[in-house]
Design a protein around this ligand. Structure first.
Ligand code: ADP
Length: 307
């Protein structure tokens, strides 16, 4: 069983021909409202990947939480454990998307930053998960405290996705069992530009002495470079017609954990998670584009891949 500790937001998106200029009001966009937040997306990916998943998150008893809850209550295998904040609203994001596929996003984290370690600890002690997944849309204090629990829950493996990147990650990067980030986050963490698989391999090989854990860098359409037992390796992405890369990284994290829980080795788990992400990018939307286990199995079977 998996516990995700993370953010839950309501996303307000407007698709527009072009972005408005400063002071300009532009009319004529198409509006969509959808559940979001890295925590929720990763929990949905884990649940659709077949694992019983709990999401511990902080929200407010407001209309935004009700909206999100009405969407996710239909989701099987996922149980959201809301910790209600009295100080703040449920987190929300305002997303503008233009005709060329560019986006401008503003997030008001609200209640997400109120989640306290004592609330989390109480639930973890009861749930005793095999995997704990968390990201950086929580307070720095909470992220650091979660990592201090390593070794205290007998079997739990810790999956940390340092997104969005913050500088304190440098001090804790070698602590989680799995550190999973994209090339932008890796460039900031390692203080060098990582643009290609060769850059990523070189960076991880240079650093292997510092990392006994698994480090994974996702490179969008270029796949994944990972460090395991001190060896850096590249696995290419699946070739698909990508139309919307929203939630690709979150799908990867949730499915990677699910695959490892099914007993697959690291390499097969990455292939499995990349198949799920490839399906995700071939569809529009965020949480609606995260595939179900059967779709991923079918995708791999069609390509003659056994993992
Ligand atoms: P993030 O969403 O965090 O920026 P990435 O863009 O690196 O993460 O994507 C995560 C994974 O999703 C990649 O490692 C890859 O497997 C898959 N992916 C992303 N973009 C594409 C694409 N254009 N074609 C195929 N797979 C993709």
């Amino acid at each position: 069983m998996v516990v995700v500790i993370g953010s839950l937001n309501l996303d307000f998106s407007i698709k527009t021909h072009r972005f408005p200029e400063v002071g300009e009001t532009l009319t004529g966009g198409k509006f969509v409202i959808s559940p979001g937040g890295k925590g929720l997306n990763q929990a949905i990916a884990s649940a659709r990947g077949g694992e019983k998943t709990y999401l511990i998150c902080s929200v407010a008893k407001d209309i935004m939480w009700q909206q999100v809850f009405s969407h996710i209550k239909k989701e099987r295998k996922i149980k959201v454990i809301p910790v209600f904040s009295r100080k703040n609203h449920t987190g929300c994001a305002f997303i503008l998307l233009d005709d060329s596929g560019n986006n401008r996003i503003l997030v008001a984290p609200g209640a997400n930053l109120d989640l306290s370690f004592s609330e989390v600890l109480r639930r973890l002690k009861k749930l005793k998960p095999k995997h704990i997944i968390f990201q950086n849309e929580l307070s720095e204090k909470l992220v650091k405290n979660i990592l201090k629990l390593k070794g205290k829950f007998l079997e739990a493996k810790f999956f940390f996705n340092p997104a969005p990147y913050k500088d304190f990650v440098k001090d804790i990067a070698n602590k989680p069992d799995f550190l999973i980030m994209n090339e932008g986050e890796a460039s900031l963490l390692f203080d060098k530009k990582i643009l290609s698989e060769n850059d990523a391999i070189k960076t991880l090989e240079d650093l292997r002495g510092d990392f006994k854990n698994n480090v994974l860098i996702t490179l969008g359409e270029k796949g994944v470079v990972f460090l395991h037992n001190g060896v850096a390796e590249h696995l290419p992405a699946f070739q698909v017609n990508a139309v919307d890369t929203t939630a690709a990284g979150d799908t990867f994290v949730g499915y990677l954990s699910a695959a490892i829980l099914k007993g697959k080795n690291i390499k097969d788990s990455i292939i499995f998670a990349q198949a799920a992400s490839a399906i995700c990018v071939s569809r529009y939307g965020a949480f609606t584009s995260i595939p179900y286990l059967q779709e991923v199995e079918k995708f791999l079977k069609k390509r003659g891949i056994k993992v």
